[in-house]
Write a protein that binds this ligand. Sequence first.
Ligand code: ATP
Ligand code: MG
Length: 437
Amino acid sequence: MYSLEDAANASTVGRLAEEAASALRRRDGQALHDLCLSAGTARAIIVDEEGVALADSLSLLNGQLIAQPEVLAALESGESQKGRYIVREGDSTEPAFAGFVAGERAVSVYAAPVGEDGAVCLIADSEDARQAILRVMWRVLLIAAGAVAIALVAGLVVARWVTVPLRRLSAGIESMTRGDFKTRVEAAGHDEFAQLSRSFNQMCDRIQHLDKARGQFVSNASHELRTPLSTIKILTQTVLYQEPMDPVMAKEFLGDIDSEIDRLNSIISDLLTLVSLDNDAPVQLKPLNVGQLLDETTRRLQPLARERGIEMTLNIRDQIPVSGESGQLTRVFYNLIDNAIKYTGRGGHIRIECQRKDRKAVIRVADTGIGIPAEDQQHVFDRFYRVDKARSRETGGTGLGLSIVRQIVLMHGGTVYVSSDGLNKGSTFTVELPELS
Ligand SMILES: Nc1ncnc2c1ncn2[C@@H]1O[C@H](COP(=O)(O)OP(=O)(O)OP(=O)(O)O)[C@@H](O)[C@H]1O
Ligand SMILES: [Mg+2]
């Protein structure tokens, strides 16, 4: 705004300086005065080479020395000058403004030399422009302050939105770390934090479940170990303190003790197997032929089946290569066939088969034995789970065989499941292993 006015005033003062040249030389007071009046609302003063006013559009300063710095500078340097002032009415130090301003105003002063003969001075009121600029400045200031305030509030809101759930989560993690597995965090909403909180809660569920399972496992294991130990204790005390003891009977007791020790041994070795599988001991996977492993295992167990009066057949329909650890996979097949023999009565049949389906090796061990009730089927793979506790005890089972099977199959990227039509309708265990491509 100032610059627009500036340009207009500068051109006015330039025009006046040009037009004043001849009148100034002639010292034609009237012509100079008329020229001053042509400056419009601005005050025009024309001075001689000494700075003495020859004409003033307000006719107040004629004959007076105009000691305005711009005028003196223009006379001296021969170049146009410009200045800006805030002037208070009655300010005696600046005579050029006398009678021009009322109250406090912004004033612009322009001075242009007229050859060597003098100079033209134009004094323009720029208060309106100043006020306009002040108004704009205030508006900009207000907008900036508003923007800062909005940014501040928004920042606080965002910070709250971010920190509250984060703080909640970190408190949850801390309490989880301290061992409080019941910890859960609030997970309302659909944003990323809610999602994170839900994932955290799921992880807590899993850890709590694992913790419970671990406790259960320890208590089950202790229980399983205690039973043969109690039996051994009773048998030993009987042999020790029963007087007199028939040597035949004593030998029989010692035989029982011996078999209980065997049982303890097998439980402990199963437990050790499970622990080593749990620790994710790296499996040395090698290309294997499933049919061959099944053949070897079946051959090993055939005498046992024959002794129990069970007919066992093996049918290998496809030769399928898989990637696996032969010792572990043999253990899987051994446990499944061993179970089939254990839980099938005299005169029963066991069918073992192996075939390819959807790029998988599907191994089935089907028996015509005692079967598994529907409600027990999902639990038989749990550690220490036995359908008929008393009966399995007779057969010497601990309920670890199938959990070992499941663990090994999972480590080979496969699945294992059971189907049975119920009690005395036989059971079929199916193992699926990915075919080696
Ligand atoms: N072929 C089967 N027919 C009927 N029940 C079965 C069969 N296989 C397993 N079960 C049931 O599942 C339970 C768990 O089997 P698992 O092999 O884990 O343990 P186990 O045979 O009792 O003992 P071990 O640890 O010596 O194998 C068995 O106790 C039995 O009740
Ligand atoms: Mg078993």
